[in-house]
Design a protein around this ligand. Structure first.
Ligand SMILES: Nc1nc2c([nH]c(=O)n2[C@@H]2O[C@H](COP(=O)(O)OP(=O)(O)OP(=O)(O)O)[C@@H](O)[C@H]2O)c(=O)[nH]1
Length: 144
């Protein structure tokens, strides 16, 4: 229930890409200076603009931030996180194919990581998805 007189907080819609390399490594990058949580590790992506689909927004963001072009992206999970700076709804897409060479166009750092990650700190809004990815990998790992 919303308290009487309390402003209703609007969601900020965000498209996020989980780029997965052939060896199953995941691409993480750092948040650029000047943004909330600067220096934290995150999956690449950004806010969906008016009139854009999740796929269009993700394609635009990955070109702007990383210089790569994805062909398609389907939403895998949708999560929400309530930050002091914004209430975000994150549309997570797994991406296995892209074209172009990685170029950090916003001065961010990037790295390929296996699970569990060995980079820290990670944006709190990304933690549920990391747990689901780890569960998925544990359940599909070949039995010894
Ligand atoms: N890209 C990305 N954003 C995430 C993740 N997890 C998470 O909570 N977020 C949140 O989603 C929002 C994304 O916004 P952003 O500021 O990166 O988007 P943007 O590049 O379009 O920013 P701008 O247009 O303000 O420069 C932030 O509030 C961020 O905290 C994640 O793993 N990747």
């Amino acid at each position: 229930m919303t308290a009487v007189g309390a402003p209703v907080r609007k969601h900020t819609e965000v498209a996020v890409g989980i780029l997965i390399r052939a060896d199953d490594a995941l691409l993480l990058s750092t948040r650029p200076e000047g943004k909330p949580y600067a220096g934290y590790w995150e999956f690449p992506g950004g806010k969906i603009e008016a009139g854009e689909s999740v796929e269009q927004a993700l394609r635009r963001e990955l070109e702007e931030e990383l210089g790569i072009t994805i062909s398609g992206a389907e939403v895998w999970k949708v999560t929400e996180h309530d930050y002091p700076h914004a209430l975000v709804r994150l549309h997570w897409c797994k991406v296995h194919a892209w074209k172009g060479e990685f170029e950090m166009r916003e001065g961010q750092a990037m790295c390929w990581q296996q699970l569990p990650l060995d980079v820290t700190p990670v944006l709190p809004g990304a933690l549920p998805v990391l747990a689901w990815l780890a569960d998925e990998r544990a359940s599909t790992a070949p039995a010894r």
